[in-house]
Design a protein around this ligand. Structure first.
Ligand code: FAD
Length: 473
């Protein structure tokens, strides 16, 4: 019998490590609530994870098995379990972030000490770090060529789901007391209940989202993905982060959608979506080769950037009270749903770093606290892009104007009004020129909605100056 240690792969289907373990006899599925990992947790993410674990446990129970759970240090709980159950090996899928790799090395050592084998598999992304490189064998530092190669590479097909016969029943093994099949609550793990309305977390829910997307929106993705009111994106980010769906399953569905495309435009749209999957892998590779980017700029500036320390502006940004409607709508979507549309993520990140001149790390920390799909690689990549400190980042002098962004991507202010009820009765035109209205006009139109906290054109100049100083100009 082998033990499969689930981590960010909370699914029984299309799971490389689980299928490999099952192929060698029987597999006992387990999950560890690791204190060291939970200290970086947040209410929305912990709630989502518990929901996903509940559904994973149900899928095992349907097959006469169960999911064993323990709280503690994986080094000790896993090695004790492996010893007690006389397991042949502990199997897991690789996680490419720096902290996870350190933990896995330590777990390996602990298993060595009790003479239990371990196997780790490549599962979370289509192409492993180091497998797509420049002709000199170096990792790419810009996306374009990486993306091209990623699209051209053949992809694996989804892994088989283990049969009931391949799964061990924990009840027929004597397991240490630490282990049980009861799930803790969010409160048991030391977190408050989330105050956001989160999408449901399970493999079935993820599959439904994928199928629905591939039956329709994938064909207008290229054209509509930037318009937040349209909801034309897949909403698979939390599923991919927690592994409630396998990446091969997602890719295979897009390949089928490509076969069904009725025109070049539809085929290009499918490819545009596949490119986003490639971006996800690009950022995983960047993080793998540069684990320090979690807290440091990827791109060096000669004199360092002198970000401003401005707690009041930061608080207004977090609360969606900046007086810039598209920014506030995004920040409130984050509070309400633990999610934000990609175009709006770019706008709010640009606003924090280029209008409020606040360090991207403050924004990253807030996103990590509130996003249900927070993924170190993508979140970091997105923030460093917006802050002009990342791999392919936005040049420092190209600064989003939040008003024209709102006007272009939410012309009728449908998205803005969805999240800012104070602006419900205001015409889109006035919403998009909110900064130009007089204070009296603003009071008359929406007395509860704030005035702009900064003047964009002034801040734009200040941001350029800040970056020029950082560059030593
Ligand atoms: P879709 O448009 O349907 O894309 C499909 C999948 O491709 C996504 O689920 C995601 O896995 C991947 N993807 C899409 N866009 C990107 C991108 N730009 N970079 C990397 N992968 C991408 N994405 C996260 O998954 N987690 C994060 O923590 C995260 N933080 C971000 C922070 C900032 C400041 C920015 C600008 C972007 C961030 N993104 C993050 C990328 C992107 O915003 C989300 O992946 C996307 O909005 C999720 O919605 P979706 O699943 O409907 O995306």
């Amino acid at each position: 019998m082998k033990i499969h240690w689930h981590r960010r792969d909370l699914r029984p289907t299309d799971n490389c490590g689980l299928t490999e373990a099952a192929g060698s006899g029987s597999v006992l599925p387990v999950f560890v609530f690791d204190k060291a990992v939970l200290q970086h947790g947040s209410p929305p993410r912990v709630a989502y994870m518990l929901d996903a674990l509940d559904s994973l446990r149900e899928s095992y129970r349907d097959k006469g098995s169960d999911l064993l759970l323990a709280r503690g240090d994986p080094r000790t709980v896993l090695s004790r379990l492996a010893e007690t159950t006389d397991a042949e090996a502990v199997v897991w899928n690789k996680d490419y972030s720096g902290l996870a790799r350190e933990r896995d090395t330590e777990v390996r050592q602990a298993l060595d000490e009790v003479d239990v084998a371990r196997e780790s598999y490549h599962d979370a992304i289509c192409h492993e770090p180091g497998s797509i490189t420049t002709n000199d064998g170096d990792p790419y530092s810009v996306f374009t060529y990486f993306g091209r190669k990623w699209l051209d590479r053949e992809k694996e097909t989804p892994y088989e789901t283990p049969d009931a016969d391949d799964l061990a029943d924990p009840a027929s093994h004597s397991v240490p007391d630490r282990w049980s099949t009861s799930l803790p609550t969010v409160g048991d793990l030391g977190f408050d209940e989330p105050d956001a309305d989160l999408q449901s977390a399970s493999t079935d829910a993820a599959r439904d989202r994928l199928d629905e997307f591939c039956a329709g929106d994938i064909y207008r993705y290229d054209e509509r993905r930037d318009y937040p009111a349209d909801d034309a994106t897949s909403r698979l980010s939390a599923d991919l982060k927690w592994g409630t769906i396998g990446i091969r399953t997602v890719y295979a569905a897009t390949a089928d959608a490509m076969e069904r495309a009725d025109s070049d435009a539809e085929a290009e749209s499918v490819e545009e979506f596949q490119s986003q999957l490639a971006w996800r892998e690009f950022y995983s590779h960047v993080l793998f080769f540069n684990p320090e980017v979690v807290s440091e700029n990827y791109k060096e500036y000669e004199n360092g950037i002198e970000w401003r320390d401005d707690p009041e502006h930061l608080a207004a940004w977090k609360a969606g009270e900046t007086g810039y409607p598209i920014v506030d709508a995004g920040m409130r979507q984050l509070l309400d749903e633990g999610y934000m549309h990609n175009r709006v993520r770019m706008i709010v990140a640009s606003f924090l770093t280029k209008d409020l001149l606040i360090d991207w790390r403050e924004g990253y920390d807030w996103f990590r606290e509130r996003l249900v799909d927070h993924e170190t690689a993508n979140d970091n990549g997105g923030w460093q892009w917006a802050a002009s400190t990342g791999t392919d980042s936005q040049p420092y002098f190209r600064i989003f104007n939040p008003m024209t962004q709102g006007e272009r991507y939410d012309p009728d202010a449908t998205y803005i009004k969805r999240y800012i009820p104070e602006l419900e009765a205001v015409e889109a035109e006035q919403i998009h020129t909110w900064h130009e209205l007089s204070a009296t006009q603003r009071r008359r139109l929406a007395p509860e909605y704030p005035d702009p906290i900064v003047e964009h054109s002034q801040r734009r100049e200040a941001a350029i100056e800040m970056f020029e100083t950082a560059r030593g100009e």
